[in-house]
Structure formats: structure tokens, C-alpha cells
Write a protein that binds this ligand. Structure first.
Ligand code: DC
Length: 241
């Protein structure tokens, strides 16, 4: 098992931007698990499956193969061999991902993939259930959040900067609905793991956030090193006796 950092939190808290910076600094692999749920959602949308049709979603899971690879350190997501990375970040796909992620068969398949990735490398993994379900033994767990108002403002700015139309009130409502669904589903709801550290990004810059998390990792690694050395010394003492 590699070293693992779990970052969970609601939509728009800045998880992916911050996790990417942290991964780059620590030379870990960044794993965006939301992108996997989004890739599956594209498949369901293409099949014309309704978000609340759990039987059809469960059946369709058997036809979906989501795989991940890295090009210049950037995660690429493949849906049955097709690179769908550029299609993941629309509101339609995000809403379908949120709705279909309540399905146990969808989660089972993706959690397996996520655990395999974490077993093979040092990772910063972000999502909703990483610290609670996917990697309960993660070395560092962070719950990254921000107020609904701040998250809606950030999304609004992002859309306007891209030259797209945006309605702040609608964005706010979508965020609230998504939070409610992610936090109240039966399987693996979004919640802060007991041993996760709460970071509220409302009044912090991206760099300040990333720095705070890097410091947590550095501290954890230094402590693990001290504990590891103490164990080695204790073992050597026992063996000598
Ligand atoms: O982080 P995101 O917005 O790309 O995620 C899209 C949806 O996928 C999110 O609303 C809920 C779901 N998701 C999940 O259930 N568990 C994860 N680990 C990541 C995402």
C-alpha cells in the first residue's frame, strides 16, 4: 500500500484544484474519483437511462469499463476505451453523476478501481467517501468545505470567465440540492471521517489551503518516520537480547 491522502468535501469546495497542487508538490498521483462517477454518468446519459431508474443503472454497470491513465501527470478517464476526459465537467453530467452515485452497484465497481490505484502508488485522492469508506486507513484525511455562498460565487466566476451564461441563484440552488443528495444517500454519504481534519476554504486562498494540507502531510510523514525508527530500535534491542 502506498502513502495516501484522502480529501473529501462537498461540490465546489476546491478539492480538485487543491489536491492537484498538493500532489504536484509531494510528487504523488492525483486521483479524481468524481471524474469516475462522471464517466459512468456519460454512459447512462447516452443510454437514455433516467437518473432515478436504479434497475437500469445497475444493469448498465455491467457494460461499463472505466479506466484511468496519466498523461504528463494529468488524469485521463476512459469509458469503454474512449477518452472522455474533456466531456466530464458539464452540469448535466455532474447532476447525473450525483444522482447515479447513490446506486450500490455503481459505487462497488468504482471503489474497487480506487482501492487498486491507491495500492499501487502514493496518492492524493479526492471525493466524498475516501476517508470514510474507500481508504479508511489513509495516512492523512482532510474534510475540505466552504460556505454555499462562497462555492456558488466561485462557480459563477468560473463560468463567466469561460464566456458562458450563469445565474448565481440557480447555481446556489443546484449546489444545495447536490449537497443534500450527497449527504443524505443511504450508501456512503458525504460526511467528515472522525479522524479527518476540517479545513474551511471560505476565507483562504487556494495556495493557503494547499500549503495547510502539505504541512499536515509533512508533519505526518515526520511522525511516521520517528515512530518507524523507534520501532526499529526496539526490534534491534529485542533481537540482541
Ligand atoms: O466531485 P464531483 O463534482 O466531480 O463529483 C460528481 C458526483 O459524483 C458527486 O455529486 C457525487 C459523486 N461522487 C461520489 O459519490 N463519491 C465520490 N468519491 C466522488 C464523487
Amino acid at each position: 500500500m502506498g502513502y495516501s491522502v484522502a480529501i473529501d468535501g462537498p461540490a465546489g469546495a476546491g478539492k480538485s484544484t487543491i489536491a492537484k497542487l498538493v500532489a504536484k508538490e509531494k510528487e504523488f498521483i492525483y486521483v479524481d474519483t468524481g471524474a469516475m462517477y462522471r464517466a459512468m454518468a456519460i454512459h447512462f446519459l447516452r443510454c437514455g437511462i433516467k437518473a432515478d431508474d436504479s434497475e437500469k443503472i445497475s444493469a448498465a454497470v455491467n457494460d461499463v469499463n472505466v479506466t484511468i491513465s496519466y498523461v504528463n501527470g494529468e488524469q485521463q478517464v476512459f469509458l469503454n476505451g474512449e477518452n472522455v476526459t474533456g466531456m466530464l465537467r458539464t452540469e448535466e453530467v455532474g447532476n447525473m453523476a450525483s444522482a447515479s452515485s447513490v446506486n450500490g452497484d455503481v459505487r462497488k465497481k468504482l471503489v474497487e478501481l480506487q482501492r487498486k490505484l491507491a495500492a499501487s502508488a502514493c496518492v492524493v485522492m479526492d471525493g466524498r467517501d475516501i476517508g470514510t469508506v474507500v481508504l479508511p486507513n489513509a495516512d492523512v484525511k482532510v474534510y475540505l468545505t466552504a460556505s454555499v455562498e462562497v462555492r456558488a460565487q466561485r462557480r459563477y466566476k468560473e463560468l463567466i470567465e469561460k464566456g458562458q451564461e450563469a445565474d448565481l441563484e440557480k447555481i446556489k440552488k443546484d449546489i444545495e440540492e447536490r449537497d443534500y443528495r450527497d449527504m443524505n444517500r443511504d450508501i456512503s454519504p458525504l460526511r467528515q471521517a472522525e479522524d479527518a481534519i476540517l479545513v474551511d476554504s471560505s476565507n483562504m486562498t487556494i495556495e493557503e489551503n494547499a500549503r495547510a494540507i502539505i504541512e499536515l502531510i509533512d508533519k505526518n510523514q515526520a511522525e511516521s518516520c520517528v515512530i518507524g525508527s523507534a520501532k526499529a530500535i526496539a526490534n534491534a534491542f529485542v533481537n540482541e537480547k
